[in-house]
Each structure stands twice: as structure tokens, then as C-alpha cells.
Design a protein around this ligand. Structure first.
Ligand code: GMT
Length: 378
């Protein structure tokens, strides 16, 4: 198949999933054309089967805000015709599904290119549900030829908010060869020179991830006598607030801010426990990546997280903001090597058996085929 993929190229989970899906599809012999404003972060290699088409923006004094959605739609239509795309697969509903529908409609006399929208999370739960975007998001979902969601929770949230239920749940996936434990990594010594346990948080530092809770948890762990260091991987709007909180709690020297990293598996593989205290998480890709690296995850019990983490078996779940319990859970895992290792091993087993690329990518391919067959029959 010739597949067009559009993602937010920055650091969000949807961009990561869309990029890795493209790479996996290309490895299975499909031609993948990424159409976005810049090269997606995780897309390190372009080749004959993986191409990138940059959305060009014309600047004009009349445009107070540049109409990206229209430029994207134009590029999608151009690429769809030139590369004979079989379908457009967009990740994150807003504005990608709207641009794809516009592209589809603008060329449909020549070629009908079905639009598949994958819902990821805040496109439904925060942005899409906001009154200013709700009607257009509903339109984008209804007019897509196929819709997938990354968790059962997100499908249910879409039914409740948008009264739309023709959704296939295809969860996020992990490549067990890329994500694995690295117990002898030299990074471990660098991050924790005195043999402390390494707590790791990975996110885009948006308020919804509650990265401030991570330094609160660390401070409580230290107060209660634990020897730990916290590694914060990523960057985003809450960075300064987190830094400030670490300073005021007097734990700044125990926190390592490593910024955005191209190879996060190196950090996860070298750490001991992962923290994901989010306000909301439709799936929690960071938890899956951590579990594949045999890290127990201490997280909040929200959204799709309980679908990914088995409470008491691969991690511990708590109410949002309950940093007291989260710090106790971290200490339990720090102080009991046997429990930590058992949680880690079970986490990897479940990650691979439920979410490996070998299991999930064929689900996307089957979904594409179903939509294409439905369209050609029609
Ligand atoms: O909201 C974000 O943090 C980014 C967002 C995205 O779409 O880029 O992440 C969402 O999609 C990820 C990949 O499917 C999920 O693992 C995250 O749980 C989800 N984030 C939220 O629901 C907050």
C-alpha cells in the first residue's frame, strides 16, 4: 500500500506512535509518505520506502495567523495524487482529520483517498471536548472513513463526548528489541555515582503530566530515608516550574534534567523505577516503554493507565496528586529488590505479549484493508 501519515512532529506521544508505525509499515513492504510541518522527531531514517513531504507555509501580511490547516490539506492532496496514495492516516484529530477530509474532497473526482483518524487522547479529552473545538472535532471524526482509538478508555470517552461509537481500539505498541533493560549501562554510573536508585520521568512537561509531582515524590522519598536520584527526560512548558520546585524543596542537586533525548530507551534501560503521576492519560505510552525496559511504574489511576499497568503486579496506582502514597510505593520498590525485579519482569512479559509490534502492526494493516475493501465495494 501507499500510505500517507500525518503527525505532530514534535515530542507528543501521537507523533511518536505515528512515526514508529510508519517505520514498521515500511519494514513490512509498504510505502510511507510523512506529510507534516517538519521531520518527526523519532523519524531518524528516510529511504526509498519512507519519504517526507514538508508542508510549506506562505507568509502574507494579511494573515494574522498562518492557515496551517489549509497548507496541510493542500500538501496532502498534492502528495495523494502524485504518489497515488491509497489512504491518509492522521494521528490526533485536530486539525489533521479536518485537513485530510478537505484534501480528500478536493481531489475525489480524480481519486478517492480514504481518511483514517487515530484518536490519541487530549484531542478528545481536553482540546476536542472544549466548546470552541467540539463541533469541528465531531465533524472530523464522523467524516473519517475509519476511526481508531488507542485504548478502551478513549473509545468510551469519545462515545460519551461525541456520541460516536464506530471506533476500533488499536492500542499503542512497543518493539521489545529497542526497549530492554540495560543493567550494565555506563549511564547508570553517570546518573547515580553513589549507587542510588534511579527514578525516571519521561514526558513533554505539560501540566496534564503533573511533572511537579515527581519532585514532590523525590523529596518525600529522601525525607523518609531513601537514597534516590530523579532523572527528568523531556522538555516543555512546566520545565521552569519543576526546576523552581526542586530548588525550593532543596532537592535540586538530586535531580538531573537531561532534556529531549533521541534515544530514551538508554535512560529507561538504566533506571530502576518510572514515575507517571499524570492528571489524565488515554494510554500512557511512557508506562509501556518503561515496562518493556523492566521498570515498575508508579502512576496515577486515570484514563487508560489501568489497561497498561497491573496494579500490584507491574506497578502501583494511586489517586491523582497523592504523592504521599506514591512516595511510599517508590520506597517499597526501592527497598525490596526481589519485588522490584519481579514487577519488572512481569511488566516486560505483559508489554511484549499484549503490545509488541508483531501483534499490533498487523491490526493496523487489517484495518486499512477493511476500510479499502469497504470503499471499493461501495
Ligand atoms: O497529551 C499528550 O501528552 C500528548 C498526546 C499526543 O497525542 O501527542 O499523548 C496522548 O497520546 C499518547 C500516544 O497515543 C498516549 O500514550 C498518551 O496517554 C496521550 N496523552 C494523554 O491522554 C494526556
Amino acid at each position: 500500500m501507499n500510505i500517507g501519515i500525518t503527525v505532530y512532529p514534535s515530542y507528543g506521544g501521537s507523533g511518536i506512535v505515528g512515526s514508529e508505525l510508519g517505520r514498521e509499515l515500511a519494514e513490512r513492504g509498504h510505502n510511507v509518505h510523512f506529510i507534516s510541518s517538519s521531520l518527526p522527531t523519532r523519524l531518524i531514517e528516510l529511504n526509498d520506502r519512507v519519504q517526507f513531504h514538508e508542508v510549506e507555509m506562505m507568509s502574507y501580511p494579511l494573515f494574522e495567523h498562518q492557515p496551517y490547516d489549509l497548507a496541510l490539506a493542500t500538501k496532502m492532496a498534492t502528495v495523494a495524487r502524485a504518489e497515488k496514495l491509497d489512504l491518509l492516516h492522521v494521528h490526533y484529530a485536530i486539525p489533521h482529520s479536518i485537513s485530510a477530509i478537505l484534501a480528500r474532497e478536493s481531489i475525489k473526482e480524480k481519486r478517492y483517498v480514504p481518511v483514517i483518524t487515530t484518536l490519541h487522547g487530549t484531542d478528545i479529552t481536553l482540546v476536542g471536548a472544549d466548546r470552541s473545538y467540539l463541533p469541528i472535532t465531531r465533524y472530523g471524526i464522523q467524516q473519517s472513513d475509519g476511526v481508531t482509538a488507542v485504548s478502551k478508555f478513549l473509545k468510551q470517552a469519545t462515545i460519551e463526548t461525541f456520541d460516536f461509537d464506530d471506533i476500533e481500539v488499536i492500542p499503542n505498541f512497543i518493539c521489545g528489541d529497542h526497549y530492554k533493560r540495560l543493567p550494565d549501562s555506563p549511564l547508570r554510573k553517570e546518573l547515580a555515582p553513589n549507587g542510588e536508585k534511579i527514578l525516571v520521568h519521561l514526558s513533554n512537561f505539560r501540566a496534564v503530566k503533573r511533572p511537579l509531582d515527581c519532585v514532590e515524590i523525590l523529596a518525600k522519598v529522601l525525607q523518609k530515608g531513601g537514597a534516590a536520584r530523579l532523572v527528568m527526560v523531556g522538555d516543555g512548558p512546566e520545565y521552569s516550574a519543576v526546576h523552581h520546585r526542586a530548588r525550593t524543596l532543596n532537592v535540586l542537586d538530586k535531580v538531573e534534567f537531561v532534556g529531549k533525548q533521541p534515544k530514551i530507551a538508554d535512560y529507561l534501560g538504566a533506571a530502576d523505577i518510572s514515575l507517571l503521576p499524570s492528571e489524565l492519560e488515554s494510554f500512557g505510552l511512557a508506562a509501556l516503554e518503561a515496562q518493556a525496559c523492566e521498570l515498575p511504574v508508579v502512576a496515577s489511576r486515570v484514563g487508560g493507565i489501568p489497561e497498561v499497568i497491573n496494579d500490584g503486579e507491574t506497578g502501583f496506582l494511586s489517586d491523582v496528586g497523592d504523592t504521599e502514597k506514591m512516595s511510599d510505593d517508590v520506597l517499597r520498590l526501592m527497598n525490596d529488590d526481589e519485588m522490584r525485579e519481579a514487577f519488572g519482569k512481569r511488566g516486560r512479559e505483559l508489554a511484549i505479549s499484549r503490545y509488541s509490534t508483531g501483534k499490533i502492526i498487523p491490526q493496523y494493516i487489517a484495518f486499512y484493508e477493511k476500510i479499502l475493501q469497504g470503499k471499493s465495494a461501495a
